[in-house]
Design a protein around this ligand. Structure first.
Ligand SMILES: NC(=O)c1ccc[n+]([C@@H]2O[C@H](COP(=O)([O-])OP(=O)(O)OC[C@H]3O[C@@H](n4cnc5c(N)ncnc54)[C@H](O)[C@@H]3O)[C@@H](O)[C@H]2O)c1
Length: 436
């Protein structure tokens, strides 16, 4: 049976959840404090770049199942189920900032006019769901609410596909009533044989952090193997393929590059380290991953400096600013660190990204931005490919070589064929494919 759902926070996670839950046939209101986001959404336009999103957005918008508002109170009052999907960014000491989450919980508490299930989709430290439950219990009877931990695993760039076809659903809850409501809401997934893991709050919270930390570890592992390949002349792709053929290892998340970024892995690894320290069970493995990743991000620059390149007064084109392809998200992007490091070394930086330039123009007033990748590379001494956008796989190499001032092409994402690039006269560097 269709439910009235309010999704609080219409960012990368909340917007997809709102659209997906409406697609399942529910009446959904997505609410956000950001008036500009809501204005865009009410025009049927997405405030984020995500492949395919506007088709789903408009279909559910036009069906009347999906609406958007800045009126958080009304959203809560009319809902049977309230999903919390506000940001939990890291504070200066690496812990998650729960300011937005806490203010939403207070708002829910003030407006708990009927039984509601409060579903926490945001990634939160261990014990947060229990704290929310205890806070609500101080004001209301336990029969009036249930708190459910339902961490999100979508990947930006394929988040619609991930919402409708998750590997599993994690649901941490305490009562049968909440369990059956969650089951009903996500029945379409169950019909598609998506496995559900029913557990307690703390287990659900830890599953989210340990999954992200493990993936971060896997990325760091292949990056360090790639670094060894560079020194000994081996090919990391053959190594990764062979490792992935071992059923115990799996081939996913074995692509080398300039380190992990984005809004999740960096903050979630730090949060897990903090959680472990707080209970005196340090997770030194992940502490090492964080350190190794931070060196990896600008490894391309250190490597070039080692070969004698000086960046002072040079012109460097950086292709790609987003933290990965198919998103406009700049949070913790390795490309951004590369750009800032180049500028600090005295380079003039010319940039291109198919989706992330508008956002980055607001942040970096010194770099120059170009509509096409070739324009960005004109007159460059060095070109660095920092994001694996598909269009960079087809760079016209002959033209590129002719318009550049220099001949160094650093492909941190391995989107080009080394032999082909070298055949056009480039000094071609990659991540883990041969000596240089
Ligand atoms: N982005 C991802 O790929 C991803 C994947 C899995 C989990 N997560 C987790 O999901 C959560 C949300 O991440 P995100 O990337 O969607 O964040 P986001 O920053 O893109 O979106 C958060 C939204 O919440 C809104 N907001 C903040 N305070 C509010 C309030 N009091 N009332 C209403 N709206 C409010 C903001 O305006 C913003 O639009 C985080 O905890 C994150 O760790 C993110």
């Amino acid at each position: 049976m269709s439910k009235n759902i309010c999704v609080i926070g219409t960012g990368y996670v909340g917007l997809i959840a709102a659209i997906g839950l409406a697609e399942f046939g529910n009446q959904v209101t997505g609410v956000d404090l950001d008036q500009s986001k809501i204005d865009l959404l009410n025009k049927g336009r997405s405030p984020i770049y995500e492949p395919g999103i506007e088709t789903y957005l408009n279909r559910n918008f036009q069906s009347g199942r999906l609406k958007f508002s800045t009126n958080v109170v009304e959203g809560i009052l009319n809902a049977d189920i309230v999903f919390i999907a506000v940001g939990t960014p890291e504070t200066e000491n690496g812990e998650p900032d729960l300011t937005a989450l806490n203010s939403v919980v207070e708002e829910i508490s003030r407006n708990l006019n009927s039984y509601k299930v409060i579903v926490v989709k945001s990634t939160v430290p261990i014990g947060t769901n229990r704290t929310i439950h205890n806070l609500l219990r101080m004001q209301h009877s336990e029969t009036l609410f249930d708190v459910v931990s339902n961490p999100e695993f979508l990947r930006e760039g394929s988040s619609i596909q991930d919402f409708f076809h998750p590997d599993r659903m994690i649901v941490g809850c305490r009562t049968e009533k909440a369990k059956s409501l969650m089951f009903e809401v996500f029945r379409p997934l169950n019909v598609m044989s998506v496995p559900f893991v029913w557990c307690d709050w703390e287990t659900a919270e830890l599953i989210k952090y340990s999954a992200n930390a493990f993936l971060a570890l896997k990325v760091t592992y292949i990056n360090q193997i790639a670094n060894i390949c560079e020194a000994i002349g081996a090919d990391v792709h053959d190594v990764a393929r062979a490792l992935g053929m071992d059923g115990r290892i799996s081939p996913k998340f074995f692509h080398p590059g300039p380190g992990f970024g984005g809004s999740c892995f960096p903050k979630d690894t730090k949060a897990l380290v903090q959680i472990a320290k707080d209970i005196n069970e340090p997770i030194s493995l992940i502490e090492t991953v964080i350190k190794a990743n931070s060196v990896q991000k600008t490894r391309c620059i250190s490597r070039l400096i080692q070969t004698g390149v000086s960046f002072e007064n040079s012109t460097v084109a950086v292709l790609g600013i987003a933290f990965k392809q198919q998103t406009d998200d700049l949070r913790e992007s390795p490309a951004v660190e590369i750009i800032e490091k180049l500028q600090s070394l005295g380079a003039t930086v010319q940039l291109h990204d198919p989706q992330a330039m508008e956002g980055y123009k607001k942040v970096n007033k010194v770099a120059s931005f170009f509509e096409t990748s070739l324009e960005a590379c004109e007159g460059a001494d060095v070109v660095i490919i920092a994001t694996e956008w598909n269009e960079y796989r087809n760079l016209p190499l002959e033209k590129l070589k002719n318009i550049m001032n220099g001949d160094i092409l650093y492909d941190t994402r391995n989107v080009l064929e080394p032999e082909l690039a070298r055949s056009f006269g480039f000094k071609y560097f990659s991540s883990g494919r041969g000596l240089f």
